[in-house]
Design a protein around this ligand. Structure first.
Ligand code: ADP
Ligand code: MG
Length: 323
């Protein structure tokens, strides 16, 4: 079991950001409206994820770490979980297999909480403890028992950057959750959790961006696009300020980028990269799910049509008089 978990971990866990992603998504699934993430050395030496979600019952803690154990019923069409496709119930067992993991958790109904320690997939201890409602994971020494994988980790600074990018995207897709991110003792991100996307944008990008936004809400042929575009005055030099989400999931899409940039180009007569946070709401059948789940790249069944719809939505918004 331990060896198989180590191999399975290779599929799910590439770097600290992959662990943070799985733990934060679990926290959100658990109904948390406040999630704190703290890392040391880019998450290589320590990742702490604390949530105020439903917690795990004491007698279910051990089994949550078994491979393929999940309390969540999911269908292939459930695209809010697209990144987990094929990885159902594998995150905790994979994380525990390649780190020293400590879990403290308590449900609202329980009098006491549970502390569980598992290292390299082997249980170290399971005991009752005092704890607040919710769940805290402490994940130490990534790949301490897999030197071959450790070699592929980048510098702590680069890994910390990946974690920060991930948390930016998670906060943009969950304005209703308050995120707090600390790296080597320094606060890097804090969102209010008040449900307003514009306020999340303010927290991440600051006032200049937040004061120059155009809201967008456009629907055509079963595709709805909501979110914010930056006014042409805040264009950037690269695609880093383009954020796309499909059914709540962060994705990269060169096609959407192209369509967005073309619409701006035809409006401003200059080729620049606009700021954008666009949420695409589509029917599951419109999306090609055969793309590798961790790649974040995703294809629409009707690429050409989507290109046209994005172009039209953006171009029309730019032409509206308030600008
Ligand atoms: P999955 O998320 O696909 O179910 P995981 O391995 O990520 O699989 O988690 C296993 C189970 O552990 C979850 O189904 C859930 O019941 C429980 N769990 C994990 N993290 C949390 C959390 N932060 N709060 C409450 N329950 C959790
Ligand atoms: Mg999970």
């Amino acid at each position: 079991q331990v060896t198989i978990d180590k191999i399975a971990a290779g599929e799910v866990i590439e770097r600290p950001a992959s662990i943070v992603k799985e733990l934060v998504e679990n926290a959100v699934d658990a109904g948390a409206d406040s999630v704190t993430v703290e890392i040391r050395d880019g998450g290589i030496s320590l990742i702490r994820v604390m949530d105020n979600g439903c917690g795990i019952e004491g007698d279910e803690v051990r089994s949550a770490f078994l491979r393929h154990s999940t309390s969540k019923i999911r269908s292939v069409e459930d695209l809010t979980h697209i990144s987990s496709l094929g990885f159902r119930g594998e995150a905790l067992s994979s994380i525990a297999a390649v780190t020293r993991t400590e879990l403290i958790t308590k449900t609202e109904d329980a009098q006491f909480g549970t502390r569980y320690v598992i290292e390299g997939g082997k249980e170290v201890s399971l005991e009752e403890t005092g704890a607040p409602n919710g769940t805290t994971f402490l994940v130490r020494q990534l790949f301490y028992n897999v030197p071959a994988r450790r070699k592929f980790l980048k510098t702590p600074m680069t890994e910390a950057g990946h974690v920060q990018d991930l948390l930016m995207h998670l906060s943009l897709s969950h304005p209703e959750v308050s995120f707090h991110f600390i790296s080597n003792g320094q606060e890097k991100l804090r969102t209010s959790g008040n449900g307003k996307l514009k306020d999340v944008i303010y927290s991440i990008y600051g006032r200049e961006v937040a004061a120059n936004l155009l809201d967008i809400d456009y629907e055509k042929g079963g595709l709805r696009i909501t979110g914010y575009l930056g006014k042409p005055v805040i264009t950037r030099g690269n695609r880093n300020f383009e954020n796309f989400f499909v059914n709540g999931r962060y994705v990269k899409s060169p096609m959407i980028s192209k369509s967005l940039e073309d619409a701006y180009k035809d409006f401003t007569m200059q080729h620049k990269f606009p700021f954008a946070v666009l949420h695409f709401h589509v029917n599951g059948e419109e999306i090609d799910v055969n793309v590798h789940p961790t790649k974040m790249e995703l294809r629409f069944q009707r690429q050409q049509e989507v290109y046209g719809t994005v172009y039209e939505a953006v171009h029309r918004r730019l032409l509206e008089p308030e600008l």
